[in-house]
Write a protein that binds this ligand. Structure first.
Ligand SMILES: CC(C)(COP(=O)(O)OP(=O)(O)OC[C@H]1O[C@@H](n2cnc3c(N)ncnc32)[C@H](O)[C@@H]1OP(=O)(O)O)[C@@H](O)C(=O)NCCC(=O)NCCS
Length: 176
């Protein structure tokens, strides 16, 4: 549910992405990439056809957040492909600028964590620019812990930022 500035209430739905969502997902991802300050890639590399194929893969999860027929946010969980890292997954998330700080990100990550638990995924990793303080706070609120920092890993314009590695143990394991 979103409470708009004029007092109106709109409902959004978080659901699993299907091949028919390919175009909307690409548009959503590209709009965030166009901002150039949150994601490493500046161009979505898959074509619509490639994205449709990717969405058929049942080993990974793509969640979309839909509002008035438009895809406002996308969250992906990509599981390790080897026997040695099948218990680990990587999380990616992007919400269109106009829909941020309305609870969509928190809702999608909670759903992604539940799905991961059901799949037997024990550890969810993510990487975030040190400059992205809102995202880091959102991840901390959800229980993600710091795992490491790669110093000056990225150059955004003329500013170096660190790559902050964060993780969530779905079993509640706390490192002991
Ligand atoms: C980071 C992101 C996923 C968070 O999702 P969201 O839907 O905007 O966040 P939520 O509404 O669920 O808010 C969760 C917390 O994030 C923080 N936050 C998010 N946006 C914020 C803002 N504009 N100002 C201050 N805090 C903010 C707050 O701590 C918030 O908790 P609160 O509501 O108790 O204050 C989303 O803003 C986004 O996609 N940003 C651009 C792309 C990006 O950074 N992707 C992640 C790359 S690693």
């Amino acid at each position: 549910m979103i409470l708009k500035r004029d007092g109106a209430v709109e409902n959004y739905a978080i659901r699993r992405g299907v091949p028919e969502d390919a175009k909307g997902i690409i548009e959503c991802m590209q709009s965030v990439m166009d901002e150039k300050i949150y994601l490493v890639s500046e161009y979505y590399l898959l074509t619509e056809r490639g994205e449709r194929e990717r969405l058929k893969n049942k080993d990974d999860l793509t969640l979309v957040c839909e509002l008035n027929g438009k895809i406002a946010g996308v969250t992906t969980i990509q599981r390790g492909m080897y026997r040695k890292n099948r218990h680990v997954a990587s999380l990616g998330i992007a919400i269109r600028k106009e829909y941020r700080h309305m609870g969509m990100g928190t809702g999608m990550i909670r759903d992604a964590i539940s799905w991961s638990k059901q799949q037997g995924i024990e550890k969810i990793n993510l990487e975030v620019f040190s400059s992205n303080v809102h995202a880091i706070q959102a991840y901390r609120n959800l229980g993600f812990q710091y795992e490491g920092v790669r110093k000056r890993q990225f150059l955004i314009g003329d500013r170096y930022v660190d790559d902050v590695l964060m993780t969530y143990f779905t079993s509640g394991w706390n490192g002991d």
